[in-house]
Design a protein around this ligand. Structure first.
Ligand SMILES: Cc1cc2nc3c(=O)[nH]c(=O)nc-3n(C[C@H](O)[C@H](O)[C@H](O)COP(=O)(O)OP(=O)(O)OC[C@H]3O[C@@H](n4cnc5c(N)ncnc54)[C@H](O)[C@@H]3O)c2cc1C
Length: 383
């Protein structure tokens, strides 16, 4: 009898899971992929779009084009999940999997901070990044505030890259001396999970470019009219243009399915990505994996990708009887765009104890080239 691997979400993790499952499973087994959006967007490229180095069509593709023979794409919103029964509700229909892979990522909740949505532009969405590009084109001088609304957010490097790219863009336009850039971080320092040396290295990169760095500034409210920020530590600040990373939360059907713990995310076995429900796995941003050093594994595409490959391999091994189970070991890397066609690179083992073993490599042309190549490779490989 045919079995079904049901993958929820066609983002970075879900796309890799579905493609790997299809490659590894015999055609008699079904692979079903559920996605609400028509277009797949490669998120790292949003930062280039913001500063006019990309247009949306360069890095977005119809999800339907990713569907290889033997993958059934169901377009629609997952509205409910029953992890015990391994069923989900999509557009009034019930789908059932023999294995369920939850890769629904993180939703954004800017409305959780009074005034934030009305006053600022979101770095993390296509609409927001496009509006930032337009606003930067018109910006002749004043104060730009880059803000992380909470200490935990996906891709801990991204807002720092955003600030560095904006600095570089303003220099290219000959406007940098007319603009003050302030970075208000909810967290105590950049990329803290990668260790003190990496954090200090990224902070030094930011400050060397004349960007004023304000750590532990958790925003309390924003006044859109007065362009005024109030912080939980009692301080306040003015801005002319506010760019923010929004608070994140698990999508509603995941929260109401009894899958999340007190963190608000799905706890999983850190090596197999198994949830507490048999044959139900979760990968990527939707998960929480506590590390010995006290912070969770960062939410990042590199981990979503690696975890999805492990889950696909292990489901296929169990169903076919071929191959031994594999473990996700917490290896990861990320490029840090600094502008001027340069990028730094951090890489290492995030499961190392007592502290992650991560090194930061100085910015150069090579790492920037590698990031561009990876973007091209992703779009070529998946579409
Ligand atoms: C600006 C930016 C830059 C980044 N740069 C990097 C980088 O350089 N390196 C890196 O490793 N990571 C980077 N990331 C992070 C990376 O994009 C995410 O960690 C990664 O996409 C997580 O993959 P995922 O599959 O868990 O979630 P996602 O890729 O977000 O996919 C989730 C999918 O589920 C779908 N979905 C959600 N809810 C529903 C529902 N109810 N019904 C149906 N479908 C639903 C969504 O539409 C989406 O397609 C960056 C992120 C941003 C925003």
């Amino acid at each position: 009898m045919s079995r079904t691997a049901l993958v929820l979400g066609a983002g970075l993790g879900g796309m890799v899971a579905a493609h790997s499952l299809r490659r590894l499973l015999p055609r008699t087994e079904r692979v079903v992929l559920v996605e609400r959006e028509e277009q797949h967007v490669f998120p790292p490229s949003l930062l280039w779009l913001m500063v006019g180095k990309r247009v949306a069509g360069d890095f977005s593709r119809p999800c339907a084009h990713a569907v290889r023979p033997g993958i059934e794409l169901v377009r629609g919103e997952v509205t409910a999940i029953d992890p015990a029964a391994k069923t989900v509700q999509v557009g009034g229909k019930t789908l059932r999997g023999d294995a369920l892979v939850i890769a629904l990522g993180a939703d954004y909740a800017p409305q959780a901070i009074p005034g934030l949505y009305e006053a600022g532009l979101c770095i993390y969405t296509l609409a927001g990044a496009s509006a930032i590009r337009d606003a930067l084109e018109r910006f002749e001088g004043g104060r730009i505030a880059v803000l992380t609304a909470t200490p935990q957010y996906k891709c801990p490097a991204a807002p720092y890259e955003a600030a560095l790219l904006i600095d570089s863009y303003l220099r290219e336009r000959g406007r940098r001396d007319k603009v003050a850039i302030d970075f208000y971080a909810a967290e105590p320092g950049p990329m803290m999970v990668a260790g003190a040396a990496v954090s200090a290295g990224v902070r030094a990169m930011v400050e060397a470019r004349g960007i004023a760095y304000h750590p532990e500034h958790l925003v309390k409210s924003v006044d859109a009219q007065q362009r005024h920020l109030e912080f939980a530590n009692g301080s306040s600040a003015q801005f002319d243009l506010l760019l923010y990373v929004p608070p994140h939360r698990a999508p509603e059907p995941v929260r109401s399915a009894g899958l999340v713990n007190d963190s608000g995310w799905i706890p999983v076995d850190r090596h197999t990505l198994a949830t507490r429900f048999p044959d139900v796995y979760a990968v990527g941003d939707i998960t929480v994996i506590p590390l010995k050093m006290g912070r969770p594994l960062p939410k990042a595409g590199v981990f979503a990708h690696g975890q999805a490959e492990i889950v696909a391999h292990n489901v296929a091994a169990a169903w076919t009887g071929r191959g031994k189970p594999r473990r996700f070991e917490g290896e990861g890397m990320c490029f840090i765009e600094t502008g001027g066609a340069r990028a730094g690179m951090g890489s290492g083992n995030f499961y190392a104890e007592p502290l992650p073993d991560v090194k930061l490599h100085s910015p150069n042309l090579l790492w920037h080239g590698a990031k561009v190549l990876y973007e091209k490779y992703w779009l070529y490989r998946q579409f």
